[in-house]
Design a protein around this ligand. Structure first.
Ligand code: SF4
Length: 426
């Protein structure tokens, strides 16, 4: 995939991956073996007929390709960019057994971008059923559920807590990985199916689930994601200059802090930035901080091999100048007399036996404490579900992690007529 030059990247929030040209897409599509039993499809959460759409691309039939994708996926420009394809479709591709798997995500993105350039294809919508569905949350789960329900002829309204639809695609993923106009384009596609979107409505606070049913909705789908930050719980974590990744990225992505003062919300990034964590959110925070002028070090308690972030994003971060400190974990933050963070005290780790996730467990090495200077810290160690939509709803059962319990076949929660999906379930 062609990319923007490093020089251009580090001074802007422009999209890094540039996408295939028609010739490149056709050449990549021609590598597909058109397997009789396509393992790639098994790896796709929405079971797109991958060989079929790739064949269309190989023949230059791009309209047919996007039509085939849209049969199963309403958000191809988004999925082609940010789905973890290496553990999904591409991870199963037979071409990957002895060589390089087909870059299915890049081909999906190509077809979706071709549609954006040349005009949207028409999607059939079934006649109205007279049934109304409320969808809570307009992130990937909510948009997908809303689109599928609308195609079946239901009358769908999405309720979004923030002032813009898109959920994590808007507030969490930076512009250089997921341009906001592309998110809005996909949102507009969902709207074109007849879906209505109400922003600035917090279900569970402004309107309860009971009230949604009183308003005449026949069913409710909850897709509120996992937007509650986790913290380390170590001394000094409330010093000034320490952000949760959520706050840091929301300021930058949703509130456009990187264009302050043109936009109202500022973000403070010091000279030395420490990002704690090894997932995609940590990479997004690190690469955003770097673009805002920070000298960025990612601190991760295992080695590069165990990092949950996508390889591509780790490579991008390295190319751009993000530094990595592996096998280290913070044990306290040290501040100055004005209450601002100045350093992170860490301890070195070694890897022990694999834990329940299959990754080797990090074990602290006694007496190996050391300090990393930092005037800005971003804690990116994972998110938890925000229970606000179902707060006080005794009929809806939650797990000990705060995720919603659903029937694995129907995705219905323990309250009849209320369904859930996406990160709030997984
Ligand atoms: Fe093509 Fe790979 Fe899927 Fe086979 S597994 S059909 S080679 S993309």
């Amino acid at each position: 995939m062609p990319k923007l030059s490093v020089e251009e990247r580090i001074h802007s929030f422009k999209e890094v991956a540039l996408g295939y040209t028609e010739e490149q897409a056709i050449a990549e599509a021609k590598r597909c073996l058109q397997c009789k039993v396509p393992r790639c499809v098994e790896g796709c959460p929405v079971n797109i007929d991958i060989p079929a759409f790739i064949k269309f691309i190989s023949e230059g039939k791009f309209k047919e390709a996007i039509k085939k994708i849209r049969e199963k996926n309403s958000l191809p420009a988004i999925c082609g960019r940010v789905c973890p394809q290496e553990t999904q479709c591409m991870g199963r591709c037979v071409r990957g057994i002895k060589g390089t798997p087909i870059n299915i995500g890049a081909l999906e993105r190509f077809a979706a971008d071709w549609e954006r350039r040349t005009g949207r294809i028409r999607t059939e919508v079934a006649p109205p059923t007279g049934k109304r569905v409320a969808v809570v949350g307009s992130g990937p789960a909510g948009l997908t559920a809303a689109a599928e329900l609308a195609k079946l002829g239901h009358d769908v309204t999405i309720f979004e807590a923030l002032h813009k639809p898109g959920g994590v695609l808007m507030y969490g993923i930076p512009e250089f990985r997921m341009p906001k106009d592309i998110v809005m384009d996909e949102v507009n596609y969902v709207k074109s199916l007849g879906v209505k979107i109400e922003t600035d409505v917090i279900i569970g606070k402004v309107i309860t689930l009971d009230e949604l049913f009183e308003m005449g909705f026949d069913a409710v789908f909850i897709g509120t994601g996992a937007g509650l930050p986790r913290f380390l719980g170590i001394p000094g974590e409330n010093l000034c200059g320490i952000y949760s990744a959520n706050e840091f990225l929301i300021r930058i992505n949703l509130m456009k802090a990187y264009r302050f003062p043109e936009y109202d919300t500022p973000v403070k990034v010091g000279k030395r930035v420490a990002v704690i964590g090894g997932g995609n959110v940590a990479m997004d925070a690190a690469r955003s901080a770097l673009r805002l002028g920070g000298d960025v070090t990612v601190i991760y308690r295992r080695t590069e091999l165990e990092m949950p972030a996508r390889r591509e994003e780790i490579e991008n971060a390295k190319e751009e100048g993000v530094k990595f400190l592996f096998l280290a974990t913070p044990i306290r933050f040290i501040g100055d007399d004005k209450g601002w963070v100045r350093a992170v005290e860490c301890v070195r780790m070694r890897l022990g036996e694999p834990d329940e996730t299959g990754r080797r467990r990090p074990i602290p090495i006694e007496g190996s404490e050391f300090k990393v200077e930092a005037d800005t810290v971003v804690v990116a160690i994972g998110q938890r579900p925000n229970p606000i939509a179902v707060r006080g709803e005794k009929s809806i059962k939650l797990t000990s992690h705060g995720t919603i319990v659903v029937n694995p076949e129907t995705y219905e929660t323990t309250r009849r007529g209320v369904f859930a999906g996406g990160d709030i379930v997984t």
